[in-house]
Design a protein around this ligand. Structure first.
Ligand code: FAD
Ligand code: S2G
Ligand code: ZN
Length: 483
């Protein structure tokens, strides 16, 4: 990719304008005149350390009006902009490709309102997900999204990436839970659609364009979202199983027997758990080693009722030998420890150097077949092994079984062209043949932009580009990415 010459280089005059506009030193990290108030590098590098930009200017607005003025200035001066939240995205969407300005939302972190009756929560985009969820827990409510990055990611970034995560099985997608959005278009227009209505059938539902828009048509500055009651009774169980067929049987049984209290069903293969044990130097919850593990969570209103249901379910799946061994958390600490065996996987896989990540929607009955076929292919090409002479440590599969969302991850000791060639386009063609998605929840960013055609038709891509051109005619929003 080449830097697009239509974008201006950032000059000291631009920096002065931003400083005047923002009216505070701490809101501008000036890498142009070299007297940056803080290190600019963290804003250039993504969470995986796979993508690195070269911005010379980070601006941190404190209000929607300031975002509007910044965007209008950038649009009038042809300055490219990357909106940035917690910078935990996994497709390189949150860091510049070249010297795009980073517009970081961390100073816009006010919780605006919460209605105890309706459960409607309104907050700035820069509120950290865990902060939002803790605030709601005090009010006996829950943010209808949870993911491993909760300690850093912003709710604005979650909406911009339409993040799926660990609670989607129970609470659905952000496309359904987000009621309203306040955003700023490149020309400074403030999209004032911060509705608190559960139902409003008056015209096109434009907020949906920003949910999953990945910062390519506007900057989300606030969201309003419907938050469910928090269930007082939460149980977590961790199982070992002997085959993927048994995993599917366990999933079906869980839906039948636990039904309305089932709030998560996650898959981790034995290899991912073995690597977690090595990287985190920790024991696994079960004595034996199994080729598959599941983590399930129930959330309900009556602890006795739920425990009885869960125990009946457990006796059944153990009795039928669907599950070989299992453990139920006895308290919150144990529940968190069981969850850590699932949430600790992404970080674990970066332990040896790099990871080739594939976040795929595939037909659930074939979900693990791709992992086996990928491992066979890389092994046949002599790329997988236990010592440093091999680039690939292993090929693992885990993810949101309930959403038929596989995270196929290939942890490596180093990024290696031969590995990339073996994986791409093999993985994408495999998914396309089964009408799956080459990016189930992480979005496109820069990593998956070139592969959108495996999951979207030419027509759909053309229609999306028309919307992009309508809202961002100068193309200054998050260029080089997405579509
Ligand atoms: P950033 O990473 O800063 O930005 C992400 C994208 O959104 C970029 O394109 C950026 O330009 C844009 N953006 C950010 N803020 C705004 C805004 N206010 N307005 C407009 N555009 C904006 N994802 C899942 O879906 N499911 C998971 O289970 C999951 N688990 C994860 C576990 C770990 C350990 C990590 C590190 C990540 C995980 N993710 C998961 C990725 C997840 O999508 C991101 O973590 C998160 O949703 C992005 O939020 P953020 O604030 O970090 O945004
Ligand atoms: C998850 C996180 C990132 C990865 O853990 O559910 O979305 O490693 C993933 O794929
Ligand atoms: Zn995920």
């Amino acid at each position: 990719i080449k830097r697009d010459p239509k974008f201006s280089e950032i000059t000291p005059e631009h920096v002065k304008s931003f400083k005047d506009l923002l009216g505070s030193e701490s809101a501008v990290i000036d890498g142009v005149s070299q007297d940056a108030t803080e290190d600019i590098e963290p804003f250039n590098a993504d969470w995986m350390r796979k993508y690195r930009g070269h911005t010379k200017l980070v601006v941190k607005p404190g209000s929607t009006e300031q975002v509007s003025k910044i965007m209008k200035y950038c649009n009038d001066n042809m300055l490219a902009v990357v909106p940035q939240g917690g910078n935990t995205g996994l497709v390189g969407g949150s860091v510049p490709v070249f010297d795009e300005i980073v517009l970081n939302l961390s100073r816009m972190n006010k919780i605006r309102s919460f209605d105890e009756v309706s459960g409607i929560f309104v907050a700035d985009a820069g509120v950290i997900l865990e902060v939002a969820d803790n605030f709601l827990a005090e009010k006996k409510h829950i943010f209808p999204l949870d993911l491993g990055a909760k300690g850093s990611c912003h709710i604005g970034g979650n909406v911009a990436t339409n993040a799926g995560g660990l609670r989607l099985l129970r609470y659905g997608s952000l496309h359904g839970n987000v009621l309203g959005i306040e955003a700023v278009l490149p020309d400074g227009t403030i999209v004032d659609d911060l509705s608190k209505l559960r139902k409003n059938n008056t015209g096109y539902d434009l907020k949906q364009l920003f949910i999953g828009g990945e910062g390519t048509i506007g900057v989300i500055t606030a969201i309003s979202i419907l938050c469910p009651q928090r269930s007082p009774a939460v149980n977590v169980a961790y199982f070992g199983l002997e085959s993927f067929e048994k995993v599917q049987m366990a999933f079906r049984e869980a839906k039948n027997q636990l039904s309305e209290i089932l709030s998560a069903f996650e898959l981790m293969d034995g290899r991912s758990q073995k690597l977690l044990k090595i990287a985190k130097e920790r024991k696994l919850p079960l004595e034996g080693e199994y080729p598959f593990y599941c983590l399930i969570e129930t959330s309900g209103s009556n602890s006795d009722h739920d425990s009885e249901k869960l125990n009946t379910f457990l006796e059944h799946v153990m009795g039928e030998e669907i599950v070989k061994d299992g453990v139920v958390g006895q308290d919150q600490t144990q529940n968190l420890d069981l969850w850590a065996c699932r949430e600790g996987v992404p970080e674990t896989l970066g332990h040896w150097g790099g990871v080739y990540k594939y976040d795929l929607s595939v037909p659930i009955e074939e979900l693990y077949q791709l992992v086996d076929e990928t491992r066979e292919k890389l092994t046949a090409e002599g790329l997988v092994g236990d010592d440093d002479s091999y680039p690939v440590v292993d090929v693992v599969g885990y993810g949101h079984m309930g959403d038929a969302n596989l995270h196929l991850n290939v942890p490596t000791r180093r990024f290696d062209k031969a590995v990339e060639k073996a994986l791409e386009p093999f993985v994408y063609e495999w998914v396309q043949k089964r009408n799956g998605s080459i990016s189930a929840e992480h979005g496109l960013g820069i990593a998956k932009k070139a592969f959108i055609g495996y999951s979207r038709s030419e027509t759909m891509i053309r229609l999306m580009k028309q919307i992009k051109d309508l809202y961002d005619p100068n193309g200054i929003m998050n260029p080089y990415k997405y579509i």
